[in-house]
Structures are given as C-alpha cells and as structure tokens.
Design a protein around this ligand. Structure first.
Ligand SMILES: [Zn+2]
Length: 404
C-alpha cells in the first residue's frame, strides 16, 4: 500500500501504518472527546476528554492490530508466508502472500480474527466491571473498547468476501464443492451484495441528514465492492493461467549493458534510441542487475559521464529474478507485491533469458481468449510456439519500480 510508514516488526511481521489511518485517529479522538467521554465520565476538563479520546483511539488501534496479528500468526503457523500488516482508513489488512491450501486452513485463519475481537471486547467489559466507579475515566475507556471490539468482531463476521465472514463462507463452500474457484465466485457474489447494501444504506443516511456517517458507510461499501470484485478477478485469472509458465510469456530482452558502461553511454546508446525505461545489466551473460529511468534520474546530469551503470543499478540481490519453468500464478503475485511491471527471467546457471512483463501476460491472455484455447486443449494438441522465435522489436516502455 502506498504512503505507508513502517512502525514496528512483531514476530517477524512488518507493521505498517498508512497515512489515511492518521485521519481516523484525529476523527476518532475528536468524536470520542465530544460525543462519548463527557457522558461516560462527567465533570472533567475539555483537555482531559481529548486525552481520553486519544488514549481510547490508540487502544482501538492496538485492538485492530491484535485482530490482524491473530490472522497472521495462524496463517504463518499453517505455512503461509506473511510479509506485513497494514493499518489504514478502514482498519487493517494482513498481507498473506498465498491463498490457503485447504478449506480447513482458510476457516481457521478467517475465524480467529473476529474471535480475537470478541474476546478482547469481553475482557474489556469484565475489566470495566472490575474497575467500576473507582475510576470513571478508566471505566469509560474500557466500556468503549468493549463495544468497539464486539462491533468489530460482529462486522467482520458478515458473510461477504473479503470480510472474515466471507472467508468463512468461502471455506464452507470450498469444502462442500471441492473448488476454490466456485467458492470464491459465490463468496465474492455475496460480498458484492453486502457492499451494495452498505452503499444504499449510506445513501439513505445522507438523505436523512446523517451526512458524515452516510458518506463513511458508503465508502466502506465502495471499498468492499472493489475488494470483492478483485478477489473474483484474481481467482478467474488464476484459473486461466493454470499450467502457464514464465517461458510461455517471456520476451527476449531488447538490450543488455555491461556494468562498467557510463550512464551517458547507456542513456544515449540504449535507453533513448530503443525507448527503454529499464535495461538489464549483465556481466558475461550473467544477470548482474537492472537499471531504470528512476535510478538514472537520481544522479545529477553532470555526473553521467563518470558514473558507471554498476554503481546505480538495482543489484541482483535486490532484484526478484524468476526461472523459466516457474508458474505464472506464482510470479504475478510477486510482481504485484514488489509493485514492478517486469521481472528478469534467469536460467539455473544465472544466464539472462528474457523478461516477463505485465503487458506480455495481458497480451498472452488476449490471444488465448481470441483463439478460444484453454490449457487442457493446448497440452493435448500441438504445442503452440512458446516465445516468439524471431527477435521482437524493442518492448514498449514499462515503468519498472525499483523495490524501494
Ligand atoms: Zn479480520
């Protein structure tokens, strides 16, 4: 997610906060200071109410984080890699890099989040009872956390994908039908219905005078709708690309340069004439790195004559090279995760074989759809030539984001 700040690492999982979350922090602090604490703990100063509002908002943030950590820890215990947790305007997201391999795992991963929230709500409520009238401000914070966590748990149990309840639904359909694709299709459908209901509810709220609340609910609906649709598209894409390997879609590189070439030679000899936004750097056929427009731009122009490509390129260790036999279904998430449009394809001996680009994948899918070819037919009939045998003209410019 763009615009995120890395704040901590817990159990090897990066915790990122998106700047949109700060908007929530301010709004929540304000609304709690004005709308909740003066009633729950009367007789305090305005400053005290803002302080309580801020503390309660931060503790809610911790609650959302614990909800996400529960998902992530179960996912990791079941062998799925978890890179990070992001907190943003609508809550939190665990960035789990693979789909669960069985409905049982999906069920456990999904249900543990809402269960955590409900338990946190219960604990807060019990603590509030224990503190009682001994400290009204503390009790007011605890009661707020009790209500907020229970609502968080219940909201997430709504059975529309991508909410946790939608994942639970998906795991049940998956178990019953044996097909992740069918299950995702239906869970996403229900998710779309839920999203539309939110949008309609938001619109009704706006027209009945609750402008801010209505817009908020409408936005949540819109967000859910996007997520449900992309989940469905994702699964359809996976089905279409099943059995397709990197070799099937990769393209030969238009040019590769040695690391000791200067930036001006590289720009004038390759980037400009060939219209390239990224050029692979090779040393005796072996991939050594990749240099992009962005890397070149970081160097002042008057230093281009003295700066070798090898000094500013993204070195091999930071590049995510893929092998020719890797499944495209494993490579696309890597591209999305790294936020790059192309990945170098490297043989087992380190030789650069070509590039796999998002555009090439889209093109491949279009051709395949145009021909009405599916993978099962393709494997039994004559094999289509994989990559173009003749040298292709320089690929159109691709934005290649450096993994910054
Ligand atoms: Zn959750």
């Amino acid at each position: 997610m763009s615009g995120s700040l890395h704040v901590a690492t817990i159990a090897g999982i990066r915790i990122n906060i998106n700047y949109t979350w700060l908007i929530v922090l301010v709004l929540l602090t304000f609304s709690l200071a004005v709308g909740w604490f003066p009633f729950a703990a009367p007789g305090l100063s305005t400053g005290a109410y803002y302080l309580l509002g801020f503390i309660a908002a931060i503790l809610l943030f911790v609650s959302v984080l614990l909800h996400e950590l529960a998902h992530s820890i179960v996912a990791r215990a079941r062998g799925l890699p978890v890179s990070s947790i992001s907190l943003f305007i609508f809550g939190g997201v665990s960035n789990i890099e693979q789909e669960p391999r069985s409905p049982g795992v999906e069920f456990q991963m999904a249900i543990v989040g809402p269960v955590t929230s409900l338990i946190l709500g219960g604990i807060s409520w019990l603590l509030a009872q224990a503190v009682g009238s001994a400290s009204r401000p503390v009790t007011a914070v605890l009661l707020y956390l009790a209500v907020a966590n229970v609502l968080l748990g219940l909201f997430n149990l709504i059975p529309g994908f991508p909410l946790d309840g939608g994942r639970v639904l998906r795991s049940i359909i998956w178990r019953a039908s044996g097909s992740l694709r069918t299950a995702t299709h239906w869970a996403a459908r229900v998710g779309q219905v839920v999203a539309f209901l939110f949008i309609i509810w938001g619109i009704i709220q706006v027209f009945t005078g609750n402008l801010v609340g209505g817009i908020w609910i409408g936005f949540i609906g819109w967000f859910l709708l996007q997520a449900a649709q992309s989940a469905n598209t994702q699964v359809m894409l996976e089905a279409l690309l099943r059995g397709v390997t990197v070799r099937d879609v990769m393209r030969p590189v238009a040019a590769a340069v040695p690391p000791d070439l200067t930036l001006s030679q590289m720009v004038n000899g390759y980037m400009l004439p060939l219209g390239l936004r990224a050029v692979p750097v090779t040393r005796d056929d072996q991939l050594a790195g990749l240099i992009t427009l962005a890397d070149v731009r970081h160097v002042p122009r008057d230093e281009w004559d003295q700066t070798p490509v090898g000094r500013v390129m993204i070195p091999l260790e930071r590049l995510h090279a893929v092998g020719p036999t890797q499944s495209l279904n494993d490579v696309l998430p890597l591209m999305a995760h790294q936020d790059v449009n192309q990945l170098p394809v490297v043989a087992a001996d380190g030789r650069l074989l070509g590039m796999v680009t998002r555009e090439a994948v889209v093109h491949f899918l279009e051709v395949r759809r145009g021909l009405g070819v599916n993978e099962a037919e393709r494997r039994t009939n004559t094999r289509l030539p994989a990559a173009p045998a003749s040298p292709v003209p320089p690929a159109p410019p691709h934005a290649t984001g450096a993994p910054s």
